[in-house]
Design a protein around this ligand. Structure first.
Ligand SMILES: Cc1ncc(COP(=O)(O)O)c(C=O)c1O
Length: 468
């Protein structure tokens, strides 16, 4: 009997690529020769219960509180997704308003749909030249809070997929002054407490709750994440209740053991980051000296509400050259055996972690220089990136519960979206259920597909679900 998944993944592994994608362990995590099957136990008298911890899981989570300085911290095996569902369930019931960064991950929208909450969108600042989001201005949050004093909470994404972080200290003050809670999707910042070079972590800056995907930037198995609670507003039974709503009742203790080691053995990572960060600085200077591609860095600080940046999120911009980020990613994969995390029209995004080596970073820089060396600089100026502003017609949950039909993309303009449509990655919705579809959406979807990107939420690449 053939095992198509096993065979497919084995074939992929045998290619031996340099990984700048998730998971953060890059296949280099060490498990001390343990047979992980032996660790895959269930909830027994002697093995504690992740969803109602009493003994050593509780002890380990208490250690997390000390490391992160939180009221409580919780291991998640369903990714930041399960933590986002839990945070939103704690703050919002049916009909409750929640102020939401519209460039959030789709899990935030799914949580809002599940709870029947009413989103009030705020827009992050956008760098139209490079084509990615910066941070969120505290003034934007303040104005939304003033217009919606009945909102229960504000949820923002910081850092973004592109490694840009907002001024959370200032946003937290604004949110608390309005009597609301601040939730931060810090899925891409699980490593922030490890080195001084990184942005401050959300809980340190005053967020009431945040989630972190340990599998994205540290050494957990995929799905390993943390939920941090930094307020005493919720009783432990309420937290346990929401966590168990979104978790399997059979969590993998083998994955839990790896997750614990990934976050609590961080002293070793601190050491490993030193040469990595040094190499990133060196390679960035090398690539930028050539001045064709631009390895994004501190020059962007202060603009577009970017308060701080994660150096390990390597974003290289190709706006000046007649090539897309998608094409560069393709060449890197095929010719240089380098796997990036994500590409878009103008950039490639690479995740470097403590499990990469300095030679990985050197190889990336060398390959980018080789790819761009003979390329002519574009003579015509690249148009500024265009965004579609959302036009909300119906509440997302109501839209999801309404009768729908599938129509050809060309006939979808003016109709109301039924399904979340995203570029994936990063999974930021282009369309949220209940929003009107306009020509710009269709252009963005078709352009992305033409350039080799992936869009989720459409059928066979040319039809889309709309309300009847
Ligand atoms: C900003 C952001 N938030 C949340 C998530 C979901 O994280 P997870 O995959 O850990 O569930 C992602 C996933 O890519 C993300 O990019």
């Amino acid at each position: 009997m053939s095992l198509p998944i096993n065979e497919g993944i084995s074939k992929y592994i045998s290619k031996g690529r340099i990984s700048f994608s998730m998971p953060g362990h890059k296949g280099n995590g060490v498990i001390d020769g343990k047979n992980l099957f032996k660790f895959d136990v269930t909830e027994l008298d002697d093995t504690d219960n992740l969803l109602s911890p009493q003994s050593y899981i509780k002890e380990s989570q208490n250690k997390l509180c000390n490391v992160y300085g939180t009221v409580s911290s919780h291991y998640l095996l369903g990714g930041s997704t399960s933590g986002i569902y839990s945070m939103i369930s704690l703050v919002a019931c049916e009909g409750d308003k929640i102020i939401v960064d519209r460039f959030c991950h789709k899990s935030v929208i799914n949580a809002i749909i599940l709870r029947g909450a009413v989103p009030v969108y705020i827009m992050p600042e956008y760098n139209y030249q490079f084509g990615f989001t910066g941070g969120i201005l505290s003034a934007e949050v303040e104005s939304a809070a003033e217009s919606n004093p009945d909102a229960k909470a504000v949820i923002i994404t910081s850092p973004t997929y592109y490694g840009t972080a907002s001024d959370i200290v200032s946003i937290a003050k604004t949110v608390h002054k309005a009597g609301m809670l601040l939730l931060v999707d810090e899925a891409h910042g699980a490593h922030f407490h490890i080195a001084d070079d990184f942005p401050d972590s959300a809980v340190k800056c005053g967020a009431d709750m945040c989630v972190q995907s340990v599998h994205k930037t540290m050494g957990a198995f995929s799905g390993g994440a943390l939920l941090h609670i930094n307020t005493d507003k919720f009783a432990s039974w309420q937290i346990e209740e929401v966590l168990s709503m979104y978790h399997t009742s059979s969590p993998s203790y083998a994955a839990l053991c790896v997750l614990e080691a990934a976050v609590l053995n961080f002293a070793e990572l601190k050491k490993r980051y030193i040469p990595i960060l040094r190499e990133i600085d060196k390679c960035r200077a090398l690539v930028n000296a050539e001045a064709k591609a631009y390895w994004v860095g501190e020059e962007l600080l202060g603009g577009c509400a970017i308060h701080s940046m994660d150096k390990t999120r390597i974003v290289i911009n190709f706006s000046k050259l007649p090539i897309t980020g998608y094409a560069v990613a393709d060449i890197l994969r095929k010719k240089y055996k380098i796997e990036v995390e994500m590409a878009d029209e103008r950039n490639i995004v690479c995740i470097a972690t403590a499990y990469n080596s300095t030679s990985d970073i050197k190889a990336l820089a060398k390959a980018v220089l080789a790819i761009t060396k003979k390329m002519p600089i574009k003579t015509n100026k690249t148009d500024d990136f265009k965004l579609c502003s959302p036009r909300i017609v119906t509440n997302p949950r109501k839209a999801c519960l309404s009768p729908c039909e599938t129509v050809d993309m060309a006939d979808a303009v003016g109709r109301i979206a039924r399904t979340i449509v995203c570029k994936y990655p990063p999974g930021v919705p282009l369309l949220v259920p209940g929003e009107e579809i306009c020509t710009d959406h269709i252009r963005l979807i078709t352009d992305t597909l033409d350039m080799g990107g992936t869009i989720t939420g459409i059928e066979d690449n040319y039809s889309i679900n709309v309300l009847k």
